[in-house]
Design a protein around this ligand. Structure first.
Ligand code: NAD
Ligand code: GLY
Length: 359
């Protein structure tokens, strides 16, 4: 097992990464304020891992109940969130009861938001079971739900007490979902670490085959970069926005194509290509850099061409981005491979060109 810490003063927390962690109650117990927990999961993950987790907790004397939600991005909304509150109230959960998210980013984001709201805040733990959630969404405290007009528009910053990433759970993950997680892994290389990017280029087949050493390294390095950025800027006043490379375009794809049709990671992958192309137009990346980015995205089994939403639709959905300031859209682009930049100065003509002919 490898461990690192998200350093946020008295709200710091560990991320444990390794195989078989679902069986280790000793990792969870120190983080429970009372020996009571409610596990939130979904209809796909429950048959795979719920019994195992609740048995682990029961053996350690923790009374654990569960809420099983419908599966899918399309359910990341108020109605589904309310099912968590219904269960917490029906089961008379207390303020010191811990909410445990067992699942991917959809479950993690909704559970975290429910924890932030229930009785004005109850503790919660992230047990991410997708690659995307192990490298990104379970870390850093962004929680929330979608609105029909915009992705992740309703939410709160609310940090977990612990992140437990059991790499064994990735064995049941569909290949398409594994690729979606690789999009966020590639993101860290593009925005922060050119050496890691080169390592990803050399190791992509191993990662797709879930080679234990390779996948653990990719998760560890991704979490390390995310923890470093979040430790500097928890509430995205500045640098944290670089973690959104490709997301302004990607969120427009997700909303425009209908939640769940393009996976989040797929939309981010195509969005990162658009960000790279925009960076090239601004003279920062070379044609070769863009080709390298696209090749890595393709090697990960991801789309490198965005759907043609039409410029008006693109701009409309991108206008709902959380990085909009004073009505002006801000973009995360690349100064070079391994270094991100945040800018509002993208000439309209450049943007229109990039969006007009996604290719
Ligand atoms: P997801 O939660 O929808 O999970 C993907 C699919 O895999 C689902 O069908 C799920 O039931 C299934 N699944 C999960 N674990 C499994 C396992 N071990 N075996 C088999 N099937 C399994 O999608 P995701 O990619 O994990 O997360 C995407 C969400 O995360 C989006 O809503 C996105 O907005 C959010 N996100 C949040 C942050 C953040 O910082 N909070 C960062 C990135 C993404
Ligand atoms: N996924 C972007 C962030 O956590 O800030």
């Amino acid at each position: 097992m490898q461990t690192l810490t998200v350093d946020l003063g008295d709200r710091s927390y560990p991320i444990h990464i390794g195989a078989g962690l679902l069986d280790q109650a000793g990792l969870i117990l120190p983080h429970l304020a009372q020996k009571r927990a409610v596990v939130v999961t979904n209809t796909t993950i429950a048959p795979l891992y719920l019994e195992r987790l609740t048995s682990t907790l029961a053996a350690a004397g923790v009374a654990a109940t569960s809420v099983v939600l419908p599966d899918g991005e399309a359910y990341k909304n108020w109605e589904t969130l309310n099912l968590i509150f219904d269960a917490l109230l029906t089961q008379r959960a207390e303020r010191k009861t811990t909410l445990i998210a067992l699942g991917g980013g959809v479950i993690g984001d909704m559970t975290g938001f429910a924890a932030a709201c229930y009785q004005r805040g109850m503790p919660f733990i992230q047990i991410p079971t997708t690659l995307l959630s192990q490298v990104d969404s379970s870390v850093g405290g962004k929680t929330g739900i979608n609105h029909p007009l915009g992705k992740n528009m309703i939410g709160a910053f609310y940090q977990p007490k612990l992140v437990l990433a059991d790499t064994d759970t990735l064995k049941t993950l569909p290949a398409r979902e594994l690729s979606a997680g690789l999009a966020e892994v590639i993101k860290y290389g593009l925005i922060w670490d050119a050496d890691f990017l080169a390592w990803l280029e050399a190791n992509m087949p191993k990662l797709r085959a879930l080679d234990p050493a390779a996948i653990t390294h990719a998760i560890y390095r991704s979490c390390e970069i995310k923890a470093q950025v979040v430790g500097q800027d928890e509430r995205e006043g500045g640098i944290r926005a670089i973690l959104n490379l490709g997301h302004t375009f990607g969120h427009a794809i997700e909303t425009g194509m209908g939640y769940g049709n393009w996976l989040h990671g797929e939309a981010v992958a195509a969005g990162m290509v658009l960000a790279a192309q925009t960076s090239q137009r601004l003279g920062w990346l070379s044609e070769g850099d863009v080709a390298r980015t696209r090749a890595l995205i393709r090697a990960a089994g991801l789309p490198d061409v965005a759907p043609d939403l039409g410029v008006e639709t693109w701009l409309d959905y991108m206008g709902h981005d959380k990085k909009v300031e004073g009505g002006k859209l801000r973009f995360v682009l690349l100064k070079k491979l391994g270094e991100a930049v945040i800018t509002a100065d993208v000439p309209a003509g450049v943007l229109t060109d990039v969006l007009t002919q996604p290719q």
